[in-house]
Design a protein around this ligand. Structure first.
Ligand code: UFG
Length: 331
């Protein structure tokens, strides 16, 4: 038995590979290194550089590693704002890539896949916290590309018996507590790393995109979850499939919402830096609030997140960014 981690050099993928290796599991990693970092991958994992949509390449990976019985699929583009400007990039890479991957998995009789879905599949929720069977009406192409992937998997299960777990993450933030792996995007677009770059003096100020949303302070509210806890959820989901359970979908969040202004305040507390911030116009594709109900993952998968405090999450991110001011320094 071995797990193939697609996108294992990325932010969440590298934390999952780290946890799998710590548990003594056999791990094969595929990453195109377009956004991932080779330095983020534990050397114990067997590494291939390539694109999961390249079927001859993926056939080689499965042929050379016949012990692979499960796939964890992180390899996707994931920026809401970019997807609004370039939707076809998202439908091609994320959605069409999934079709090609499932074809090769089916050829090699690999029947378990855990995949990164997203809170963005829900669009503008009718009620909060969001439950898994609430309506999914995405308001951006990124969320749409992931919802299409979920639907494709349902039909692939029905026809070929490929069992899946879709993990719908909310906003991911934080780094491995020892500061050895963390978030490193080029360019960086996510709130917390940008806030911390301002704290480091790498940016002059933060722009907060919109203060006229339907939320208590007018800025967007998001639910933050740590990659360490996400990694555990993926490993639990692989176990769940290996035990012969049915395909399923789970929300992964902390069930607590923080506004963008509250995140800046919390980061000021953690770093002791002033972090200047100014209001700016709305960014397209942002729903007012996204808060998860994660009871189902706790109950069915036995998920027990350890980072339930936003200050703890920001402390781990700060440990990474302050020791790696230029990230992995490989781009
Ligand atoms: N924001 C700012 N200023 C910035 C950057 C972000 O105000 O410089 C705001 C955004 O407008 C949004 C919030 O901070 O209100 C969070 O934005 P991020 O870009 O950090 O994250 P998103 O909510 O856009 O998206 C993230 C992931 C998606 C995932 C989504 C789920 O990138 O893959 O969380 O909620 F789908």
């Amino acid at each position: 038995m071995a797990v193939l981690v697609l996108g294992g050099a990325g932010y969440i993928g590298s934390h999952t590979v780290d946890r799998l290796v710590e548990q003594g599991q056999d791990v094969v990693v595929v990453d195109s290194l377009v956004t991932g970092h080779k330095a983020a991958v534990r050397p114990e994992a067997k590494f291939y550089q390539g694109d999961l949509a390249d079927k001859p390449f993926m056939r080689k990976v499965f042929s050379e590693n016949p012990e692979i019985d499960a796939v964890i699929h992180f390899a996707a583009f994931s920026l809401v704002a970019e997807s609004m400007k370039d939707p076809l990039k998202y439908f091609d890479n994320n959605t069409a890539g999934m079709v090609k991957l499932l074809e090769v998995m089916h050829e090699f009789n690999v029947n378990y896949i855990v995949f990164s879905s997203t809170a963005a599949t829900y669009g503008i929720p009718e009620k909060m916290p969001i439950k898994e069977d609430d309506p999914q009406n995405p308001i951006n192409p990124y969320g749409e590309s992931k919802l299409m992937m979920e639907k494709i998997m349902r039909w692939a299960d029905q026809a070929y018996g490929v069992k899946f777990v879709a993990l719908r993450y909310f906003n991911v933030a934080g780094a491995k507590p020892d500061g050895s792996i963390g978030e490193d995007h080029h360019p960086e677009t996510h709130l917390l790393p940008i806030v911390l770059q301002v704290a480091q003096g790498k940016r002059e100020k933060l722009q907060i995109f919109g203060n006229d949303y339907n939320t208590p302070d007018g800025t967007n509210v998001r639910d933050y979850v740590h990659p360490f806890d996400l990694a555990d959820a993926h490993i639990l989901a692989v176990d769940y499939l290996r035990k012969g359970n049915e395909s399923n979908a789970f929300n992964l969040g902390s069930s607590t919402g923080f506004s963008n202004l509250e995140i800046v305040e919390a980061a000021r507390d953690v770093t002791g830096k002033p972090i200047p911030a100014e209001m700016a116009p709305r960014r397209g594709g942002d729903p007012d609030s996204l808060i998860a109900c994660s009871d189902k993952a706790r109950k069915v998968l036995g998920w027990k997140p350890q980072f339930d405090d936003i200050h703890k999450i920001i402390e781990t991110a700060w440990a990474w960014h302050s020791t790696h001011p230029n990230g992995y320094d490989d781009k």
